[in-house]
Unconditional design. Structure first.
Length: 485
């Protein structure tokens, strides 16, 4: 019998294996809550008059680890400053977003990466504000290992609007916080940690341009106002959700500036903190069967669609299955019905009748073979006397040698009537042709030994290891089938 639905490759969980406990390196350390650093001094006001903005910040001194509580309060604050009115005239300048930064490195705990962008050009009192869009974007990826990353400032951008007459009262440049894997000296970065840590923020520097008397005009106040808050985004692996808003209307030189935060955070239950079990993909379609005879087989495969995370259960089961290209249908050999008896072989005295039959159904796929005669004899007696013939008995000749086994594992032999009976002699009794199974030795399926287990694809947290073996010889003539694994 051929191989049917039998794996040639198997997998098992490792680090930890089935029934084992993860080592302390994979999560046995104590919880560490997030700790915020002290507030920095207020930055220089962005305008000498007419209402500007100032900002102060603080950083995360200690990141949460091993399920510790995340920081939930703001990391930056803005406040109004220099609100006394001043009168200048300026042309309309629209707000403009800067291009996205390159994707950051993948995190080690949740398979996420981050990119950011900032406002490259702020609108003035008559310019269009920026559309309410996200300043941060998370992507999904597969982490390959933990590296030390540094949170530091990028280089300052070029000035967005150089001073030129009455066209602009301020010039502006920006920079952002980002993660880098390049080693940095102490003092050149805010903090360092493993992949997946949070590092984000922007800094806007605005310088007041010299004012000309010819630019003065009577100012009509336009107050700053915030846009609506965005929806809370998906939680990160450190258990934080964020939402943001932008400045919908910018104040002019005599309007009141905005006072409040642009980004809020809160504690959320991150999905990547829960154990995630390994999952297989769907089976592929069976491969095509090759044309022509032989013990051909087809295969189908599947892969690990989602590896285990956070001590989830590993995958166990075959990655490849085989099946015979033939439709297995065991059929036993069957002899046909006997034909009619022939007329008596003698016109006087004793003779015989004969009859024959054929093999109506050959054996298929290891079915039982036919055993029995294909020709039969019986005596007959004619009433007419054979007056002038001496009495003699029927004599059967010797059996011929067995024939070579045919493709259906059957062999045959025959004999003939050496002397027919006469004058009332005894007729022959017995078969003239016989067949039997060739009694070919059963052929069991043979498989190779299992290969050694391959290296685990993870050092901790639940990984996968694989080994395989192959079929050396397919079963035949009713032999034992191949093992299921």
């Amino acid at each position: 019998q051929p191989c049917v639905d039998q794996p040639l490759r198997a997998t098992q969980p490792c680090n930890p294996g089935a029934g084992s406990v993860a080592s302390i390196d994979c999560g046995g350390a104590p919880k560490q809550d997030c700790v915020l650093g002290a507030w920095e001094d207020w930055s220089t006001c962005t305008a000498f008059c007419g209402g500007g903005q100032r900002e102060r910040k603080r950083t995360i001194a200690t990141l949460p680890a091993n399920g510790g509580l995340p920081c939930e309060t703001a990391l930056s604050l803005t406040s109004a400053c220099n609100t006394e009115p001043c009168t200048i005239q300026e042309n309309c300048v629209d707000c403009r977003w800067a291009p996205w930064t390159e994707w950051g490195d993948c995190s080690s705990s949740g398979g996420q990466r981050l990119r950011e962008r900032s406002v490259e050009q702020m609108n003035n009192h008559c310019g269009k504000p920026c559309d309410v869009q996200s300043a941060k974007e998370l992507g999904v990826c597969t982490s390959i290992g933990e590296k030390t990353t540094y949170c530091s400032w990028t280089e300052w951008s070029d000035e967005s609007a150089p001073c030129s007459g009455c066209k602009s009262t301020t010039s502006m440049r920006t920079r952002a916080l980002g993660l880098s894997t390049q080693p940095a000296l102490p003092g050149n970065y805010f903090f360092r940690g493993k992949e997946g840590m949070k590092c984000g923020g922007t800094q806007l520097n605005m310088s007041l341009c010299p004012m000309l008397e010819s630019c003065f005009h009577k100012c009509q106040p336009r107050h700053c106002s915030f846009g609506d808050w965005s929806d809370w985004n998906e939680p990160t692996c450190i258990g934080l959700c964020e939402r943001h808003r932008v400045i919908a209307v910018t104040n002019n030189e005599c309007g009141e500036p905005c006072d409040g935060t642009l980004l809020e955070t809160k504690q959320c239950a991150g999905a990547c903190q829960q154990p995630i079990d390994c999952a297989f993909s769907d089976w592929s379609a069976w491969t095509s069967c090759p044309a022509g005879p032989g013990n051909a087989h087809s295969t189908r495969t599947r892969v690990i669609a989602k590896p285990p995370e956070n001590n989830g259960q590993g995958c166990t089961g075959p990655l490849q299955e085989t099946r015979d290209c033939r439709v297995i249908h065991v059929v036993d050999c069957k002899l046909g019905d006997w034909g009619d008896w022939t007329a008596c072989s003698q016109s006087c005295g004793s003779g015989w009748h004969s009859r024959k039959r054929d093999i109506a159904q050959e054996a298929i796929d290891g079915g039982n073979r036919c055993i029995g005669s294909l020709e039969d004899l019986r005596p007959c007696q004619e009433t007419t006397d054979c007056m002038f013939v001496s009495r003699r008995d029927c004599i059967l000749g010797p059996w011929s040698s067995w024939s070579v086994c045919d493709g259906d594992a059957q062999r045959y032999r025959d004999r003939s009537i050496q002397q027919p009976p006469a004058a009332g002699g005894t007729p022959c009794l017995g078969a003239l042709m016989a067949t039997e199974s060739c009694h070919i030795k059963k052929k069991d399926c043979q498989v190779s030994e299992w290969t050694s287990w391959a290296e685990c694809d993870k050092t901790c947290g639940g990984g996968q290891a694989a080994r395989h073996r192959q079929i050396i010889a397919f079963p035949g003539y009713g032999g034992a089938p191949c093992p299921s694994k």
